[in-house]
Design a protein around this ligand. Structure first.
Ligand SMILES: [Zn+2]
Length: 618
């Protein structure tokens, strides 16, 4: 498989594009190098498209080289588009252009016109934002916040320096803006999710989340899925793909996971950044410690040794001197794609718990991704999802001035709203006490034992620091309590209002303390949120669930050891069937305390380290 060139074909359920930076494009002037490099990449990988970058760091690729590269790719049936990175100096803390500087504005416009003349599609890489605080920008900002100033500045630049000039030069052009992975903070630098998506013809999503621990961003793995869905919800049908680089993935499992999550989110195309990086050699350190630790039906999701074996015989995974030439990141990408392509046909449209983030909102930053890591499928939307029977609202919802009335409306309609302690606190003096008289205080408690009901106490391995909530006895109710010796602190709290139920979910001071919560506590939290989904998967944190509208779901573990989970199916006339192995799980009916059927069934399943399983209810 791997030794034959993958030129005349494609993956069945997605396209693959490679992004060539301007530095890559400059190297393509050497046609022999280009032939050899692309040949090496396509030994492992089907490639449908090349993005050829015309500009980065004020360097512009010359027209002759671009023309030669286009001819080369198009002769092999690979289509080409233009790419632009609007950095002045990427290595200087991503120094961007200054959009109040007339010379900079002129340069941006010229680069766009140049690119639009050469291509019928152009994509802007991550950097269509500004971090300039020069005296001209300070003066232009005036009394506005940096966020207000930059949002307006970049929306204007989108129209007048990018889309307008591009269309003037090439009326056929499709303009696409690729957004980076840090949507929570876009507005501060002028990346505008409200006004830009209608200006551009398409958008693209940075699903590269890299390492959740090492690195400044600390993006949780689930973020790679949820950001694609969020941007798709902002421009339905207009999210052209997900974009993954090779950086920060200390283990190849992490690289593969980013590709899989992009596709589980139903991206129609994956862009691999960047051409030169795909020839980077795989290293011994890329083989994670948990490789080979899987105890159920084989190894980890990304089987390093099997990947090596696919590249040639006789390679010893522990001795890279024995690895065949071409043991590169392209091999890893191709191997990961081969694994996921067969299951994608099974998956319908993603569904999840509706959660509302008003445009340009902050508050409990990144909490959605942590909740996704608890096995709660998150469907983040930019408009209030009044039709949903259950809505999750984190602190960012406070940016909607009418949010309390919207919450009341849902409750009056007999629906459920789950608000975090952070949102309740932000709104408790702004109308929330009209729903329930409760106070999220500044007092803290370190809780390690958790009470559900009257007697069931569950223990966490180490304490979780939570804010203390005061409430009026018999007016609202503790569903889960954190215990400290002789007192308690609501962790999940409920209050009725008309026919609806308001839940308050207490969020620990450190979000990753959520991962410490006992399995039974997580199960109770999921039950409050996931009543509308056909399935719930109960197990420890860091096992994610992706649910689709055709009775299929994916369970993916990010844990380093095999994990037992309990799959709760809401319709007990069905059972999960493993799509890849064909195994139909056997389970049992879930009975209530009187011994009566609840209409639900439960099934045990093992998930290998850093692996996924795909199920269909039959
Ligand atoms: Zn400036």
């Amino acid at each position: 498989m791997a030794l034959s060139h993958k030129l005349a074909g494609s993956y069945r359920h997605f396209n693959v594009a490679i992004y060539a930076t301007v530095y890559d494009v400059q190297q393509m002037a050497d046609l022999d190098w280009l032939k050899a490099s692309f040949g090496a990449i396509t030994r492992h990988l089907y490639v449908d498209k090349l993005y050829l970058e015309t500009h980065r760091d004020t360097i512009v690729a010359d027209e002759e080289t671009i023309a030669q590269a286009r001819k080369f790719f198009e002769a092999q049936g690979v289509c080409t588009s233009g790419g632009i990175t609007l950095t002045v100096n990427e290595r200087n803390r991503f120094q961007t252009y200054c959009y109040t500087n007339p010379a900079h504005r002129q340069k941006v416009k010229e680069v766009v016109e140049y690119t639009a003349r050469l291509f019928d599609e152009l994509i802007l890489d991550d950097f269509f934002f500004t971090n300039c605080k020069c005296t001209s920008c300070i003066e232009a900002k005036g009394d506005r916040s940096w966020t207000e100033f930059r949002l307006a500045l970049m929306a204007e630049a989108a129209q007048n320096l990018v889309v307008g000039p591009a269309r003037a030069v090439n009326p056929q052009i499709k303009t696409v803006i690729k957004y980076p992975n840090w949507y929570v903070h876009f507005q501060g630098l002028g990346l505008n999710l409200e006004t830009e998506p209608p200006i551009f013809d398409g958008l693209y999503t940075g699903t590269e989340t890299r390492d959740p621990v090492h690195g400044n961003q600390h993006l949780q793995q689930y973020h790679g899925y949820s950001i694609f869905r969020y941007l798709e919800n902002i421009k339905p049908g207009g999210n052209d793909g997900g974009w993954v680089d090779t950086f920060g993935a200390r283990y190849l499992d992490r690289y593969a996971e980013q590709l899989w999550l992009t596709l589980f989110a139903k991206a129609p195309e994956v862009t691999l950044f960047h051409f030169g990086q795909l020839e980077r050699p795989i290293e011994l350190s890329h083989r994670a410690a948990w490789q080979g630790n899987g105890t159920s039906g084989g190894g980890t999701g990304f089987d390093f040794d099997a990947m090596l074996a696919s590249a040639g015989k006789g390679a010893d995974p522990r001795d890279n001197a024995t690895w065949p030439p071409g043991t590169t990141m392209a091999l890893a990408a191709g191997y990961a794609f081969d694994q996921v392509d067969p299951v994608l046909a099974q998956l319908g449209q993603p569904v999840g718990v509706k959660s509302y983030r008003p445009y340009h909102a902050t508050g409990e930053d990144h909490l959605h991704s942590y909740l996704g890591m608890l096995g709660i499928p998150i469907d983040l939307v930019p408009e209030f999802p009044a039709e949903a029977r259950t809505i999750l609202l984190t602190e960012s919802a406070k940016f909607d001035a009418g949010i309390v009335d919207k919450i009341k409306g849902q409750l009056m309609d007999g629906k459920s709203v789950v608000v975090t302690s952070g949102l309740f606190k932000a709104l408790q003096d702004k109308g929330m006490r009209d729903i329930v008289e409760l106070t999220v205080t500044d007092h803290k408690a370190g809780v390690q034992d958790f009470l559900i009901g009257w007697f069931q106490v569950y223990h966490a391995e180490s304490p979780v620091l939570v804010p203390h909530i005061d409430y009026l006895t018999n007016d609202s109710w503790e569903e889960i309590s954190g215990l400290t010796r002789t007192t308690g602190h609501p962790l999940l709290h409920s209050a009725s209002y008309a026919d609806g139920v308001l839940y308050v979910l207490t969020v620990p001071d450190n979000f990753d303390d959520l991962y410490k919560l006992p399995v039974e506590v997580l199960a109770r939290i999921r039950s409050a949120l996931m009543g509308d989904l056909c399935v719930q998967v109960d197990g420890p944190a860091q096992v994610a669930l992706f649910v689709y509208d055709n009775d299929t779901f994916v369970v993916e573990s990010f844990l380093p050891e095999t994990t037992q989970v309990r799959i709760v199916v809401k319709d007990s006339t069905t059972a999960p069937c493993d799509v890849l192995s064909g195994e139909l799980l056997s389970g049992e009916q879930i009975l209530d305390w009187r011994g009566q059927s609840t209409g639900k069934s439960s099934f045990e399943a093992a998930i290998n380290p850093h692996a996924f399983r795909v199920f269909r209810l039959k």
